[in-house]
Ligand binder design. Structure first.
Ligand SMILES: *Cc1c(COP(=O)(O)O)cnc(C)c1O
Length: 435
């Protein structure tokens, strides 16, 4: 498989090059040149395969020229070593629990897979690489954990000061080793802008080898498509085409789902569910895209005002809004609706939703008109990651898994910076000198 840029001015590259570059030189995002469509027999076999086998079969056409089969298999079994169960909640409503990885959020899937691909490719080159990543909360911990202790890789994480939960912050500021956390006096959009400036800075890029771990890296996106197949397999009925609701921020997760559908996965349609940062639902409704500064909400990993992956979605559908609308409907939810949902679902079923997953649930029940069509919503974080909101609404504190509780007692270590790019540039060049 070759990869091309959404901006169309970069010659096609291999999987290895796309992973190492992160962003395309013409500032576009890499997308597969063509999406393979799996034959019917593949879908008939799916329910009999394990999670790792499904992942391997879906991945293979995308990586086969760059990852030998045994390498791909060990990357998958090592990175995706946790289950992704489909849980029946009520009626035709199912939950795909994506939060059983080490940092309890779905980003573990993409971050762990990417870290291992990158480590494999850089080890082959014998070079050192710096991963630059902006986070609104969950990416930071998933990426940091994915790369912790990985030889030849340094990670620099930018996050908005005071805008992530204490637990989220502790997860990526207490690790040490090859992980550096930078606290930016600004918003997530500032962090993302600073990271983009670094990639656009030819001088910096000529001095240090930088790559991205945000959802713009193709190796983050690809593995996220695996679990859509696994979810469908777990429904256990080859005749069904579920509706799938995806709580969305930067729209990487939804992009992966749309890729799965293009690969032939039987899906009736997707719901793009957001918090009040609703630029994409608005775009789907009006056909006009108006990015805006993000607004802080209780579902902070979805506080994105200019989602990067929309460029990929538009590219996949030849920029045809009518075609996009055929597969995706949008909806957005306010703070109080999210809170009410956490409370009501707990009262009625005993199931604890985190604020992001609650948006997924709301998206599904709002748009799932036909009672016979099975629905799946993606639960993207464990309720313990947002325990204050969850406790306020349910009256109970979610159990904090042991691996999370440990980092709460460690000291946070960060570097503070203002919200302009110059400070980061100086820091990166300085660290380079010290190496
Ligand atoms: C990142 C994140 C999202 C949004 O995912 P995108 O791929 O950016 O749309 C949703 N929920 C949680 C918990 C997240 O961490």
């Amino acid at each position: 498989m070759r990869y091309i840029s959404t901006n169309g001015s970069t010659p096609s590259v291999s999987f290895r090059e796309a992973v190492l570059l992160g962003q395309a030189p013409d500032k576009g995002l890499f997308v597969p040149e063509g999406i393979p469509v799996f034959p019917d027999v593949f879908f008939r076999e799916l329910p009999n395969l394990s999670w790792a086998e499904i992942a391997f079969r879906v991945a293979r056409p995308y990586t086969e020229n760059d990852l030998p089969d045994d390498t791909l298999w060990s990357i998958i079994t090592d990175a995706l070593n946790f289950n992704i169960p489909l849980i029946h909640l009520h009626d035709q409503c199912h939950i795909l629990e994506l939060f059983h990885g080490p940092t309890l959020a779905f980003k573990d899937v993409g971050a762990r897979f990417m870290a291992r691909c990158l480590a494999y490719f850089t080890a082959k080159q014998g070079e050192k690489i710096t991963i630059l990543v902006a986070t609104s909360g969950d990416t930071g911990s998933a990426v940091a954990n994915g790369f912790l202790g990985v030889e030849g890789v340094d990670v620099v994480i930018l996050y908005p000061k005071g805008k992530v939960s204490e637990l989220q912050e502790k997860q990526f500021t207490t690790l040490g080793e090859n992980i550096t956390a930078v606290e930016i006096d600004g918003t997530f959009d500032d962090c993302q802008r600073i990271v983009k400036s670094a990639f656009a800075d030819d001088y910096l890029c000529s001095r240090i080898n930088i790559s991205s771990a945000n959802s713009i890296n193709i190796a983050r996106l690809l593995p996220q498509s695996f679990y859509y197949f696994y979810a469908w397999a777990q429904l256990g009925n080859p005749e069904v085409k579920p509706v799938i609701s995806v709580p969305s921020g930067n729209f990487g997760n939804l992009t992966s789902g749309l890729m799965a559908k293009k690969m032939g996965l039987p899906v009736a349609g997707f719901v793009a569910a957001t918090n009040i940062n609703k630029v994409v639902p608005e775009y789907l409704e009006t056909g006009v895209y108006t990015p805006r500064p993000s607004i802080q909400t209780i579902a902070n990993a979805m506080d994105v005002g200019d989602p990067s992956n929309l460029a990929r979605i538009r590219h996949m559908y030849d920029n045809n809004i009518h075609e996009i609308r055929r597969d995706v409907t949008g909806c957005s939810f306010e703070e109080q609706e999210i809170r009410n949902t956490i409370r009501k679902v707990y009262l009625n079923t005993g199931y604890m939703l985190d604020p992001h997953s609650a948006i997924g649930y709301l998206g599904l029940i709002t748009k799932q008109k036909d009672e016979d069509t099975p629905g799946i919503f993606l639960a993207t974080a464990h309720p313990a990651k947002f325990n204050d909101v969850v406790a306020e609404e349910t009256g109970e504190l979610p159990d904090i898994p042991k691996r999370l509780a440990k980092c709460m007692n460690r000291e946070k270590q960060t570097i503070r910076m203002g919200n302009d790019y110059g400070e980061l540039k100086d820091f990166l060049l300085q660290t380079k000198k010290e190496m």
